[in-house]
Design a protein around this ligand. Structure first.
Ligand code: SF4
Length: 481
């Protein structure tokens, strides 16, 4: 599967695993989610024999075990392993019914993606090559239309889609790819392959730190609002840095500003636009930020798979320009649905007048609208917050304030260090929303230990910094006019 994305990735995986970066908390969350979904999917076919190896060096035993259980006509297997033509494949669930064999590959995604069909085609190739006749092969994926009500309904949670027809059509391709990739693996030198869109498709390659090291931190790949294909067009012509851009290359206003700011180390501030934008703000100002998590298997009634569940907020309040800053927060417990307590406390703190500021308000607005749908008793009061919501990102998105350090981005993660270098997400235990999600989900059923307290404190620190950053950014805008 790695070879299909890029033969060099396959070679590096086998020969240079040392070049892989450490697995991030976000990736760990995705792996854990996959394992969790897999466990639930097994319950669709309970009581199976598990052929999982004790570790990746023991697949031979798994292959032998699978063979023995097939001979014994066992009805259900998990992690059935097969080997054929120098290729090994393991399948999530194998079922035997009335002498016929059915293969199921479980994915934690919400649809059948092309790469899953290739994966199933390879499994089918190996299983049938090893001598097992497969009557049908399916992708089992999450059904996002399912709304939990009481006990989990596994038949509703999962969609089961036959992919046999497509898999059969791919068998010749799989055969030739297998030969090609075996040759790649025999190479003694790293294969030559330039960077390209394949570095992120279908997955972000873990070797980008190695293959992209000739690309400087600021390059044409950071050009704002430019399609990826156009960026690669420039790169393939040898144009990597802004100073190499040809004179006739058409830039939008925002791109021109970005290039000029970087070349001349120039900061652009559109005083009149910022002044106009600031005029709409009314004290008290509420600086508001939400954190959410998205459990693949819904944990709470009246929620869907992958629904964004708000579990935490931070609010800083400035009653007047001169007043002391006040801070409020809420942080739920994942064992209980945090949404109603979240919205009740939010409504109480925010009250009925003054501007509510968010950075990228579309995110907070969407969560508030979802809460309106799920808890209609709060709908009117939520409207009072939505009506007062203003986006602090707007001056930066419109490049009314732009410094070269923003690197073409208007994300708070770039704007904050550019404007307020002494405030930083660096060195924080939890430093971005993805890690916060993983951390909260990881708290499920965690005993009340020092580790749990540490994670909760790190979550509080992170969310608090998000709103404190907004306070300081607004202060900077007010100062500049
Ligand atoms: S970073 Fe790109 S070129 Fe390098 S191995 Fe990965 S996919 Fe291939």
């Amino acid at each position: 599967m790695m070879g299909q994305q890029c033969p060099k990735r396959l070679w590096l995986h086998k020969n240079r695993p040392d070049l892989k970066p450490e697995i991030s908390a976000g990736q760990e969350m995705i792996f854990a989610r996959g394992t969790n979904v897999g466990k639930f999917a097994r319950q669709l076919f309970p009581g199976g024999k598990d052929a999982s190896p004790i570790n990746s060096f023991h697949y031979r035993e798994s292959v032998q075990q699978t063979f023995d259980w097939i001979e014994a006509a066992e009805p259900v297997f998990y992690e059935a392993a097969f080997q054929y033509g120098g290729v090994m494949a393991a399948l999530d669930i194998l079922v035997q019914k009335d002498g016929k064999w059915y293969a199921y590959e479980v994915k934690s995604s919400t649809e059948v993606k092309d790469q899953y069909i290739m994966d199933a085609a390879l499994q089918y190739f190996v299983m049938t090559g090893a001598g097992l006749e497969i009557d049908d092969i399916y992708i089992v994926h999450i059904n996002t239309t399912y709304a939990r009500a009481g006990e989990l309904d596994l038949n509703q949670l999962f969609s089961i889609v036959s992919v046999k027809e497509m898999v059969l059509k791919l068998q010749d391709i799989i055969l030739s790819q297998n030969e090609e990739y075996k040759q790649v693996l025999e190479l003694t030198e790293e294969p030559v392959k330039d960077i390209g869109p394949h570095c992120d498709e279908p997955y972000e390659c873990e070797f980008k730190g190695h293959c992209w090291k000739h690309i400087p931190e600021l390059s044409v790949f950071n050009l704002t609002r430019l399609w990826s294909t156009k960026k690669f067009d420039l790169y393939y012509k040898g144009i990597i840095e802004f100073r190499q851009l040809p004179g006739d290359f058409v830039l939008s206003n925002a791109q021109e500003l970005q290039v000029r700011a970087q070349k001349d180390n120039y900061t652009h501030i559109d005083i009149s636009q910022i002044k106009q934008w600031l005029q709409q703000l009314e004290y008290p100002i509420y600086f508001m930020d939400f954190e959410t998590f998205m459990p693949a298997v819904p944990l709470y009634d009246n929620s869907h798979p992958y629904q964004q569940i708000p579990f935490q907020f931070s609010i800083h309040i400035k009653e007047s320009p001169e007043s002391e800053l006040q801070h409020y927060f809420y942080l739920g417990e994942p064992e209980h649905d945090p949404r109603s307590e979240f919205i009740m406390q939010l409504i109480q703190i925010i009250g009925g007048k003054g501007t509510v500021l968010a950075y990228n308000k579309g995110f907070e607005a969407s969560r508030l609208k979802e809460l309106q749908t799920d808890f209609p008793e709060f709908a009117v009061k939520i409207d009072l917050i939505l009506d007062r919501l203003v986006d602090l990102m707007e001056p930066f998105q419109n490049k009314w304030y732009y410094t070269p350090e923003m690197n073409g981005s208007y994300s708070i993660k770039y704007v904050l260090p550019a404007l307020i270098p002494e405030l930083s997400y660096k060195n924080m235990e939890i430093g971005n929303g993805g890690v916060a999600m993983a951390a909260f989900e990881g708290l499920i059923n965690m005993p009340d230990t020092a580790a749990k307290i540490k994670i909760r404190n790190a979550l509080l620190e992170y969310c608090k910094l998000d709103t404190l950053a907004m306070v300081r950014i607004l202060g900077k805008l007010q100062k500049c006019i």
